[in-house]
Design a protein around this ligand. Structure first.
Ligand code: PLP
Length: 387
């Protein structure tokens, strides 16, 4: 199993950071890559035409490795919303068709669909989180309701792999089977799982998978990646930039305006994709994540939390069973009558950084967390339950 990686980060030792779902911390290796990249601009004479292409390509290869896909199908975006807009702009719906989304889905995977629905006179069909006595029942009933919501009218299903607010895991195999049966596109927002939870585009074969770079990929802010399936092979990018055109490697020929795009998903790359600061940082970050492996991260976070789960439950909190969530991202539901404000205050007193969402606390551990971090979390929860 991976050993604790805390020493490879520069986290504030006074804080127990169990909040990778908010934003990953910067590892020392990524920080060094960023500093070297900033310094690189001191002498632009050393930046060659080849440099505009080589690091973006390595980033694509690292991402392809992570998701078991082909680098030629990877596109570079500045955000998830940009990637989702790219995909939505290339789907052509008929009046009366439906787009299936989930209750309280992250807005970057909602607004473009609302716009597409309005433009096409289609309907957005939101599958609500069912009410149930236990989180295990919520998980089962929600997954069942998603399958039921996909029917002959469905043109698009746009869902995450785990829900961003509490880590509820969706059965993408079953969803893919149903979308295939009705001919609907499956678009996945992998932001809260790719990098930390094993996922294979070869296995699930979505139509597109979009992921932010600054959470579980450990990159800087303002970068995202997309894997674009064959449905998008001949689509239109959001913008028409020079570097995405065929032959752009030849700088002396840039004004021989070219009607064709670069091959594969490169047509969708954001302008200035070569971003000489972000790309080397993202590349260093993904190499590090690929070294830990998503399987290794699940194993580490599972064994980190396992010795404490009974104490959390004994204090009256509900933790979803393992098969219903990721080990890296999960919600803890407060006991009936427990005030959220009391829990928040106790977390603050114990210097624990997690996210509080409604009546659940979202915990997102990673390989830089150690037993002390979890002890601080459990102490905070116990103290709140006794207050
Ligand atoms: C599920 C999910 N998707 C996307 C994002 C980020 O979207 P964007 O890159 O458009 O800011 C987040 C951020 O919290 C998220 O949780």
């Amino acid at each position: 199993m991976i050993s604790c990686q805390k020493s490879t980060f520069s986290l504030d030792p006074a804080v127990h950071y169990l909040n990778c779902a908010y934003m990953s911390p910067l590892s020392k290796r990524v920080e060094e890559a960023g500093i070297a990249a900033v310094r690189g601009k001191r002498s632009p004479n050393y930046v060659t035409p080849e440099d505009f292409f080589s690091t973006p390509l390595r980033v694509k290869q690292s991402f392809a490795h992570m998701i078991d896909g082909d680098a030629g199908r990877v596109a570079l975006f500045p955000s998830v919303s940009y990637g989702i807009a790219t995909v939505a702009n290339n789907l052509h719906l008929k009046s009366g068709q439906s787009i299936v989304l989930l209750h309280e889905q992250f807005p970057s995977n909602v607004y473009s669909w609302m716009k597409l629905a309005a433009r096409s006179k289609a309907d957005v069909r939101t599958v609500h989180r069912p009410q149930a006595d236990s989180l295990a029942e919520v998980h089962a009933a929600w997954n069942e309701a998603i399958i039921d919501a996909i029917d002959a009218s469905t043109a698009v299903v746009a869902v995450p792999i785990v829900h961003w607010a509490d880590g509820t895991l969706f059965d993408l195999k079953a969803i893919r089977e149903k979308t295939r049966a009705v001919g609907a596109a499956l678009i996945i927002d992998g932001t809260q799982s790719i990098g930390a939870l094993p996922f294979s585009v070869s296995d699930i074969a979505p139509d597109a998978l979009i992921t932010a770079g600054y959470k579980w990929l450990f990159g800087p802010y303002s970068c995202a990646l997309g894997w674009m399936g064959p449905r998008f092979d001949a689509g239109e990018p959001i913008e028409e930039n020079w570097i995405n055109r065929k032959g752009s490697e030849l700088f002396s020929g840039l004004v021989d305006y070219e009607p064709d795009y670069q091959p594969g998903a490169s047509r969708y790359d954001v302008g200035e994709k070569s971003n000489f600061i972000i790309m080397p940082m993202l590349q260093a970050a993904m190499e590090q994540v690929n070294g830990w492996t998503p399987e290794g991260i699940q194993e580490y976070t599972t064994s980190l939390m396992a010795p404490f789960e009974d104490r959390i439950r004994a204090a009256g909190y509900e933790m979803a069973p393992k098969h219903t969530r990721g080990a890296h991202l999960f919600g803890i539901r407060l006991p009936g009558g427990q005030s959220v404000e009391t829990v928040k205050a106790s977390l603050a007193t114990n210097n624990v950084s997690v996210s509080v969402r409604g009546s659940a606390i979202r915990i997102a551990p990673h390989v830089y967390n150690d037993e002390e971090d979890v002890v601080a979390l459990v102490d905070a929860l116990e103290q709140a339950s006794l207050a």
